[in-house]
Structures are given as C-alpha cells and as structure tokens.
Design a protein. Structure first.
Ligand SMILES: C[S@@+](CC[C@H](N)C(=O)[O-])C[C@H]1O[C@@H](n2cnc3c(N)ncnc32)[C@H](O)[C@@H]1O
Length: 389
C-alpha cells in the first residue's frame, strides 16, 4: 500500500500544538503547522476518523509562518512552535486555553485571555532535562514521537550558562558517564548550575535566585520554574490581590508562592511531596525570617485525608501537569475558601479541574496566560476563582 498524501488548509492550532484541518469528512491533525498554511501532508497514523499527518510540502505558507532557526527543529521533540512568529505563538496559546475551557470545562462564555510575552523568547530556560544515550554517545532531548535521543550541540532556548554546561557535559570523557545514567536534570541560579545525579566534575550544588524581592535556595533535585523572567508577574497575578487569615499553598515546591503569601496572610500551610523541595521551602522561610508558615512533606491527597483543616480564606494550587487529584478538589471544596488561584502548566487538566470547582460553587473572576515556554505549545495559566454566595 502506497503512502497516503492529502492537500489541506490548516484552520487553527489545537491543544497539544497540532494544526487542525479537514479533508473528505475526516479530521486531520498536522504537526509543526501554522494557521492558514496550505500544505501537502503525509498520513502517518489513523485513529478512527482522525488522521495524524506531517507536512511534505508547503503549498502556500501562512502569513504567520517563519523560518525555524534551530537546525534540530522537526527532529528534536523539544520545540514545536518555531515555525510561528512570536506574536502568532502567543495568539495560538490564548486559543489553546480558550479551547480547553470551552470543550473540557464546558464554559459558555470564556473570558478575555491575554498571554503575557516572555521578555526573552530565546535563551530563556534556566532548567532542562538532558537525555543520555551512552551507546550512541548522544546527549539532548527525545526525538519527536520517539525515545531516540536527538544529539543537540547547541540548544537555542537554554540560558547561556546552561548551554555552556551542556557543552562541558558533552566534552566529558564517555568512560566517566555512569553506565546506568539515562538523563541529567540541570538547573541554573545566580551562583552557578546544579546537576542531578552528580557525576564526574558536576555536583548537585545549592543555588539561589531572587524573585520579586524574595530570596530562594534550591537545587536540581527540587522543582524550580523554567523561565525566571516572568515569575514576578506570575506571582503578582496569582496572589497579589489576596489577603486574609489563613491560606493553603498546595504543591508548594521550594516556596515560590509560600514566601510572599506569608507576608500577606497571618498563617500559611504549604504542602509538598518532594522532601528536598519541602526542606528548601522551610529553609527559604527561615532565611526570610518568616515564622507564620508551616510546610508539610506529603502528597496533597494524603494530607487532606489525614487531617481536619480549620477555616481557610484562600487556596493557591500549582499542581504538576497531571492536575489535581479528585480527592484534592473535593478537599478544597469542603473548605469553602473565599477565593482560589489555580496555577497550571496544562490547560487540559486545568479545564477538567475547573469544571469540578465551578460545579462546586465557584465562578471564574479572571484568567491570564504567561508565556513561560516560548517556541513550544506549552503555556502557564492562572485562573482566579471566587465562591459564589
Ligand atoms: C508545578 S510544580 C509547582 C511548585 C511551586 N509552586 C513553584 O511554583 O515553584 C508542582 C510541585 O508539586 C509537587 N508534587 C507533585 N505531585 C504532588 C502531590 N501529589 N502532592 C504534593 N506535591 C506534589 C512537585 O514536587 C512540585 O514541586
């Protein structure tokens, strides 16, 4: 059977980053597309009436298409938006959030959504995971749709010091790489770079960074946000408006929100499953002289299960990509906080959880996007909710 090809026009960008097109009554998902492209595509995979396709030839380029500058683009699984102008990336991300809120959260009227641009849209990443293939002597990111490692010499989205570290890792004798080393977590701070696991000359150093006047310590074993340039604005939008007696900071990491919350509320309870991150959060509070916050090392589900929480005015939750567990949403609803800020790096799981919160008596006050991940379809979203009286 020959390779199946089609000519289609890309209508818009969908959650997940693919372009949407239609042909012969079928829905076609086109990878690395721009809205308005007229393209000839090859069908790579079929799933019922859905066709997954890649571009063979651009017949008429979209007005928002641009030449991807990275030599690994298309092969490397890291960036899937380099074909779009930066303005078009921001517009596509606002559309992705809107789409999820409409289809998954079932919102009839989706409020206006603006995605704030990253001041740097190249060389912005201060954290990365590098995949290692010791046999092939390759270091980089997984190739698109595979577990093969794309050997990346220069990654155009890494901050300069992280890029330099990648080069030093690459220049290390391969005999020095531990046999079972499959990936390296790297993170940067104002005082250097931390790698986990440590090997050869590389250490899991303690780093620091000041954000919106707060001083944070962390290392490569704890979560820290990828793009430092928008963190001040993100924090301001998520919690700047909130005040009261007691606040919960769920999935609190090393305390990015916990410290500023401790200045705005009488009492803060932070919950974080990663022991290293929770230890850093406690230390960051101590270094700031903040004694009104308590950080608990537990999964949020276990924490809700194990204790009765007193009255809470405000809940900030910032879960990983999978979103909040059902028991966590139930735990929050049982507390009836006046307001909730949901910080999310995945609009689809955000929308799933918002549906439950709205069903539990909350209304969306406002939504904002922050482009923490330029050149990719990923976007950080903050939704502010209030209890309907
Ligand atoms: C997206 S990060 C947010 C961290 C922090 N709010 C920040 O902005 O730096 C999610 C955090 O949740 C933690 N985590 C993941 N699953 C968890 C769970 N079930 N319960 C508690 N924390 C969890 C991770 O270790 C990580 O620190």
């Amino acid at each position: 059977m020959g390779v199946e090809e089609l000519e289609v026009e890309v209508e818009r960008i969908l959650p997940g980053g693919m372009g949407l097109a239609h042909a012969g009554g079928k829905t076609v998902f086109v990878s690395l597309a721009a809205p308005g492209d007229r393209v000839r595509v090859r069908i790579d995979r079929k799933q019922g009436e859905l066709l997954f396709a890649s571009i063979v030839e651009i017949l008429t380029p979209s007005p928002v298409r641009t030449e991807p500058p990275c030599p690994y683009f298309g092969r490397c699984g890291g960036c899937d938006f380099q074909q779009l102008t930066y303005e078009a990336q921001l517009e596509a991300k606002a559309g992705i959030i809107r789409d999820c809120l409409h289809r998954i959260a079932r919102l009839e009227d989706v409020p206006e959504i603006v995605v704030t641009a990253s001041p740097n849209n190249w060389r912005y990443r201060m954290r990365a995971t590098w995949q290692i293939d010791r046999e092939l002597r390759a270091i980089g990111y997984y190739e698109r749709g595979s577990r093969r490692v794309c050997d990346v010499v220069d990654c155009a989205v890494l901050q300069p010091e992280l890029q330099e570290t990648l080069e030093r890792v690459r220049a290390t004798e391969w005999q020095q790489f531990p046999r079972d080393l499959k990936h390296l977590d790297a993170v940067e701070g104002e005082n250097g770079v931390s790698l986990s696991p440590p090997f050869a000359e590389f250490r899991t150093n303690e780093l620091s960074l000041t954000v919106r006047g707060e001083f944070y310590q962390y290392n490569a074993d704890a979560f820290f946000q990828i793009n430092p340039s928008l963190l001040g604005a993100l924090i301001e939008y998520a919690i700047g408006y909130a005040s009261g007696a007691t606040v919960l900071d769920l999935y609190c990491g090393v305390g990015l929100f916990t410290l500023p919350l401790a200045r705005q509320f009488q009492k803060v309870i932070g919950v974080e499953a990663n022991g290293t991150a929770a230890r850093f959060a406690r230390r960051n509070l101590q270094l700031a002289g903040l004694t009104n916050a308590n950080v608990i090392t537990a999964t949020v589900t276990d924490w809700f299960r194990s204790r009765a929480v007193g009255p809470v005015d405000f809940v900030l939750l910032d879960p990983p990509r999978a979103g909040a567990e059902s028991a966590v949403i139930k735990g929050i609803l049982d507390l009836h906080p006046r307001a909730i800020s949901y910080v999310s790096c995945d609009p689809a799981t955000l929308a799933r959880d918002l549906r439950k919160l709205i069903g539990g008596g909350y209304v969306i006050e406002s939504i904002a996007g922050f482009d923490l991940f330029p050149q990719t379809h990923h976007v950080e979203t903050v939704v502010r909710l209030a209890r309907s009286e």
